[in-house]
Design a binder for this molecule. Structure first.
Ligand SMILES: [Zn+2]
Length: 167
């Protein structure tokens, strides 16, 4: 019941991910319809119910353009799970503030990169130019497209791809 369900707006724009329990609640309340049933059936007292994988809201809802929250997981994903100093695909990654926080560096997309523990340690609390190191790419805010935002679910929900394409 906790499996993720992709929620589409009435115009098919992907807007949200909820769990199966919530999705079935929306369908029963006739606020959403089943678009794809990829998870078999669930038996309730009254009836057998397809377990949704994708649902679509009956009424269009307007919402602000989604923005990606700055989380460790999303920084690692943006940086391809690669240390941005040495380029190694490290199993263990840390977050490095390019301009250290104690020197006024902010916790924003353009000031954080994935770094392996060794590089993080080597850079220490220094500024980039003082450390003699450089980042492989200039850190930027990732795209705020629905495709990018929800594509982190694609590994486990390949069937969502067709609904994310183009958004
Ligand atoms: Zn490194």
């Amino acid at each position: 019941m906790q499996a993720p369900v992709l929620v589409l707006n009435a115009n098919f724009e992907p807007i949200h991910v909820c769990n199966v329990r919530r999705a079935i609640g929306l369908i029963m309340a006739e606020k959403a319809s089943l678009v794809m049933n990829g998870r078999g059936e669930i038996k309730t007292v009254a009836r057998e119910f397809p377990i949704p994988s994708v649902i679509r809201l009956q009424k269009m809802i307007s919402r602000p353009r989604p923005h990606l929250k700055l989380t460790r997981r999303e920084v690692f994903r943006r940086d391809n799970y690669t240390c941005q100093y040495c380029g190694r695909g490290a199993v263990v990654l840390t977050i490095d503030h390019v301009m250290p926080r104690h020197l006024g560096g902010k916790h924003i997309w353009t000031n954080v990169v994935a770094a392996c523990p060794q590089c993080n340690h080597r850079k220490g609390g220094r500024k980039l130019d003082e450390s003699g190191m450089h980042t492989l790419r200039i850190p930027r805010e990732p795209p705020s497209s629905a495709y990018y935002i929800f594509s982190r679910h694609l590994d486990e929900n390949m069937d969502w791809e067709q609904f994310l394409q183009g958004w």
